[in-house]
Design a protein around this ligand. Sequence first.
Ligand code: BMA
Length: 391
Amino acid sequence: MKSIIAIILFCLLCGGREEKPAFNSHSAPSEIHSAVADDLPVDRHATKETINLYRNLKKLLKKGVMFGHQDDLAYGVNWKYEDGRSDVKDVTGDYPAVYGFELGHLEADDPVNLDSVPFDRMKEFIGSAYERGGVITISWHLNNPLTGKSAWDPAPGTVASILPGGDKNDIYQVWLNNIAEFMLSLKGSKGEYIPVIFRPYHELNGSWFWWGKNHCTPDQFKTLWKWTVSYLRDTKKVHNLLYAFNTDRFATKEEYLERYPDNEFVDVVGFDVYQRANGEQANTQFVTDVNRMLTDLVSIAKERNKIPALTEFGFNSVPDPNWWTNVLWKGIQPHQISYVLGWRNAGFKRNNQAEYYVPYKGSTSAADFVLFYNEKKTLFQKDVTKEKLYK
Ligand code: BMA
């Protein structure tokens, strides 16, 4: 009898001390909910600041939506690498609340990313944004590990080749080592790791990237995602990341969730959306689409206790002078989402073609952007500094 009690006690104790299970591509949904119960990110060993950010982002949902901008501190329209400069700040007097950066080509050991931003400078920008209390999110347009070409080379079999047991899994591990090293090099003034919302494999339901829908099965994608998270978190011990899963435009919740890895591997859920045409009809369509997708996204996030965000958006050159208040705000205002990230202000390219998604001083939609800034529920740097998101 005593030995039976001892065995039961032993099992109970072991159960209580159980570590996060190692990566298992077949984990059943019923195994996954303890992190949710404690309201911890999927990394249960996440740093204090990362856990605080995760919880504060959820609290902030009620207060408003943070505005973000890709590469905001690195360059803008007609300028590059000017200390403290930002197109958002030039127009509103305030920095964005969320800062997007991009790690493409870090895997290739390049000193600059695919948009020519030096990784050293990027670390400085990330440090200054963090010290002001801003939120950092990082995307990764990684090259094709099978062909060595770009992220836009959808060679068949690429995803399969980097999964465990695949020919290129060892190369992929080396690439992830670079990512881990970069993430672990991000430190605040007290030596603490700077939390990052990591957003790899975005727009996965499109087919323009090698990880896209037509180039791998849902199971292969899910395995890729889980293996990647597990490698960074459990093998490389990177504990300053929240993981963002994000599709492109989607038609239904089922489509959104087709390749969703599972709750144990995702903290933020989002999608990317761009407006391509100008005019009243295109505006109405954009508002309708964004409203429909955000309704689905927020419900998906609520069901899973995740953070919803519009992870990328834009209307190149914003030709409509009232686009911010009359279109974007109408699409997002009815929904409780964490942030919206405007894509990069690449500026004027060689052929004089413009690429920018956030106004610069004097541009067509600049005055309307100030009205958008003044909306009570849009949050920029000054608003989030007060929130102390890392405490
Ligand atoms: C695209 C464009 C490209 C850029 C890429 C990765 O949307 O902005 O110019 O290289 O994103 O940042």
